[in-house]
Design a protein around this ligand. Structure first.
Ligand SMILES: Nc1nc2c(ncn2[C@@H]2O[C@H](COP(=O)(O)OP(=O)(O)O)[C@@H](O)[C@H]2O)c(=O)[nH]1
Ligand SMILES: [Mg+2]
Length: 466
C-alpha cells in the first residue's frame, strides 16, 4: 500500500522486550477507540471518553474473559502523537501478557504496525516535519547529554526553520528571475543579474556555514574516537583504566601485555568518547605481537584524536623519535588531532628532555597515571581538541544527519551551476532548472518533496511501536 494512503488502524507494543513494571500497547487509527472500547470493561466506556483522559478497567478478550487490569489512555484526533484517534493500554509488564493484549487487539481488526509507523503517521498528518521525526529517533538513540541536547534542539524545529529560511530566499530569487524572463527570452538584464548573483552568493555562503557544522553535529551524535598509542609500557592501559575508573585492561610492567584492541565508552563533559587502548608499537619477531601492531596502526588511522603516551621515566631514543614522527605524520594525513602525553610525572627522569621543537604545534601535557596528577586537565584538553569551536557553535543550529548533509551539498552544487549559467549569460531557462532542483533538495530535507522510498528508508530504522 502506498505510504500516503494508509488509513487502517495499527497496533504495537511500545515498551522494550522483556519483563518490566508495565508494558504499553499503542493503537492508532480510525478504529482505535472502538476496538479498545470493545475489549475494555469495568470502567467508563472509552467511546465516550474525551481526549487526554486515563481510565482504569479490565482488558478482556472477545469472549469477555479477563486478561489484565489496565489503564487506557485515550487521545482523540487531531491532538494525538499520530494526529489520529489513539489509545495506549498500560498493562502489567511481561512479554506473555503484552503479546496477549496485542494479539487480542489485532484479532479485532487492527494491523501490526511497521517500525516507525506511528511517527510516520505523525509526519504524514503534519504533526511534525521530517527533521523533527528524525530527531525523535536521534533522541531515543542519544547516549550522552550533548547528543540529547542536539536532538532536542532539532525536535523543537530549529533546523526546519533554517531550511525554510533558505527556501524563502530561493523562492524570492526565482520570482525575481521569472519577472526578468518576461523582458527577454535570451538572457537576463545586466543590472538585475548582478543583484541575483550577489544574493545567490550569500545563500551559498549561508548553506555552507550550516554544512560546516556537520562534523560537530556528527561528533555530538556518534562521539569521538580517541586512540591511546605509544611504546609498550608507557602506561596506555593504566590511562584507560584511570579514565574509566575500573580495571578494564591488564596493566603490567611486562612490555607487550596488551595484545588486543580494547574499546570502551566514556563521557567527558557530556561528550561521548570512544576510548581505544592498543598494543604498543615496536618491532617484534612474535607473530601475535606483529598482528597487534598492525591493528594498532589501523586504529590510529581511523581515530579523530590520537593520544601518544610517552614514558617520562626513561630516555627517548632516536627510534622513539622516529615512531613519534611517524604517528604525527599519520595524524596529519588523516586530519586527526594529536596529544603528546608525558606519563609517569611522579618518577620523571631529571635528564628527560622531550624535544619540544619536534612537536611544536601539537598539544603536550604531563600526567601521572599512578597519582592521577594532570588527569582532569587532560580530560579538558581531550574535549577541547575534539570540539575546538564548541563555545561558538553550541548555540547555533547543528547538522547531525548525513541525509541532510547530502541534500544540502546537492543544493549548493545546483546553486553554483545556476550562478555560473547566469554569469555566462545563457538562457534563463537553464538557470530556472537548477534553481528548481535546489529548491526540491531543500524540500527533501523537511519532507515537502521527499520521495516515498526515502521516507520508507528513514522510518524503517525506527523501533517498532515508535
Ligand atoms: N610510577 C608510575 N608508573 C606507572 C605510571 N603509569 C603506568 N605505570 C606503570 O607502568 C607499567 C606499564 O603500564 P601499562 O599501563 O601496562 O602500559 P602499556 O603497556 O602502555 O599499556 C605498569 O607497571 C604500570 O604500573 C605512572 O604514572 N607512574
Ligand atoms: Mg597495555
Amino acid at each position: 500500500m502506498p505510504l500516503r494512503q494508509r488509513h487502517d488502524t495499527i497496533a504495537a507494543i511500545a515498551t522494550p522486550v522483556g519483563e518490566g513494571g508495565i508494558s504499553v500497547i499503542r493503537v492508532s487509527g480510525e478504529k482505535a477507540i472502538s476496538i479498545c472500547n470493545s475489549l475494555f470493561s469495568g470502567g467508563k466506556p472509552l467511546l465516550a471518553a474525551s481526549s487526554h483522559t486515563i481510565h482504569f478497567g479490565h482488558f478482556i478478550d472477545a469472549n469477555g474473559k479477563m486478561i489484565d487490569e489496565v489503564l487506557a489512555s485515550v487521545f482523540r484526533a487531531p491532538h494525538s502523537y499520530t494526529g489520529e484517534d489513539s489509545v495506549e493500554i498500560s498493562c502489567h509488564g511481561g512479554m506473555y501478557l503484552a503479546n496477549l493484549v496485542l494479539a487480542t487487539i489485532l484479532h479485532q481488526g487492527a494491523r501490526m504496525a511497521d517500525p516507525g509507523e506511528f511517527t510516520l503517521r505523525a509526519f504524514l498528518n503534519e504533526r511534525m516535519d521530517l527533521t523533527q521525526a528524525e530527531a525523535v529517533a536521534a533522541l531515543i538513540q542519544a547516549k550522552t547529554e550533548k547528543a540529547h541536547g542536539a536532538s532536542l534542539a532539532q525536535l523543537s524545529g530549529i533546523l526546519t526553520q533554517r531550511i525554510e529560511g533558505f527556501r524563502k530566499e530561493l523562492i524570492h530569487l526565482c520570482s525575481l528571475l521569472e519577472l526578468e524572463l518576461d523582458f527577454s527570452q535570451e538572457g537576463i538584464e545586466l543590472t538585475k543579474k548582478d543583484d541575483v548573483v550577489q544574493q545567490l552568493d550569500k545563500l551559498i555562503t549561508d548553506i555552507r556555514e550550516l554544512l560546516a557544522s556537520y562534523q560537530y553535529g556528527r561528533i555530538l551524535r556518534d562521539g569521538v574516537k580517541v586512540v591511546l598509542t605509544g611504546k609498550p609500557n608507557a602506561g596506555k592501559s593504566s590511562l584507560l583504566n584511570l579514565l574509566l575508573q575500573q580495571n578494564r585492561a591488564i596493566v603490567s610492567d611486562i612490555p607487550g601485555t596488551t595484545r588486543d584492541i580494547i574499546e570502551e565508552n566514556l563521557s567527558i563533559n557530556g561528550l561521548l568518547v570512544r576510548l581505544v587502548d592498543t598494543a604498543g608499537i615496536r618491532q617484534s619477531e612474535d607473530m601475535i605481537e606483529e598482528e597487534s601492531v598492525r591493528r594498532t596502526h589501523e586504529q590510529v588511522n581511523s581515530a579523530s584524536v590520537i593520544v601518544v603516551i610517552v614514558d617520562g621515566s626513561v630516555e627517548i631514543t632516536a627510534d622513539d623519535k622516529n615512531l613519534y614522527q611517524n604517528l604525527l605524520q599519520s595524524a596529519r594525513k588523516n586530519k586527526s588531532a594529536v596529544i603528546f602525553l608525558l606519563n609517569k610525572s611522579d618518577i620523571v627522569n631529571p635528564n628527560f628532555h622531550f624535544d619540544i621543537t619536534l612537536f611544536s604545534n601539537e598539544s603536550q601535557m604531563s600526567v601521572s597515571c599512578l597519582t592521577g596528577a594532570g588527569i582532569s586537565e587532560f580530560k579538558q584538553k581531550l574535549f577541547q581538541v575534539s570540539l575546538p569551536d564548541y563555545d561558538s557553535l553550541s548555540s547555533s543550529v547543528l547538522l547531525q544527519n548525513e541525509r541532510h548533509k547530502v541534500a544540502l551539498e546537492k543544493t549548493t552544487d545546483r546553486l553554483q551551476l545556476a550562478r555560473q549559467t547566469l554569469i555566462d549569460n545563457l538562457s534563463g531557462d537553464f538557470v530556472a532548472v537548477d534553481l528548481r532542483a535546489a529548491l526540491d533538495y531543500l524540500g527533501e530535507i523537511i519532507g515537502i518533496t521527499t520521495p516515498d522510498d526515502i521516507l520508507q528508508n528513514i522510518f524503517s530504522k525506527f523501533c517498532i511501536g515508535k
